[in-house]
Design a protein around this ligand. Sequence first.
Ligand SMILES: [Zn+2]
Length: 158
Amino acid sequence: MKTRVGFGFDVHRLVEGRELWLGGIRIEHSLGLLGHSDADVLIHALCDALLGAANMRDIGFHFPDTAGEYKGIDSKILLQKTVELIREKGYSIGNADITVCAERPKLNPHIPAMQQTLAACMGIDPDDISIKATTTERLGFTGREEGISAYAVVLLEK
Ligand SMILES: [Zn+2]
């Protein structure tokens, strides 16, 4: 069996007047992430890690933000399409480990729901998706609540 590792990183700006979508679920908050899609930064980092492990470029290559069909799209659809792409190349998912950096809101209570949602979307066991939430101790753009960043590592098997 061949195993391959992939890494993904993404950032979106926090603004007023947008819903906050993270890990495939909507979270009540005064600010939301800005983007062409629903701006689910966690899912975008995960997609890039999956594509990276399969050496299949990145999310912007497959789902360009200039394409009208992706405007306001639910990122879970992009994740499903990404998983289809890597399965077509013969890969299956071993596990994923994701870290989200956000000063607010508190994400820990939402992590089990995110794991369930993403696992269902990807057709894998929730135990194979780890999600961790951290702050940057009020430092930098995440600390100033100007944005949220996410990092993901994925293992693929063939
Ligand atoms: Zn993104």
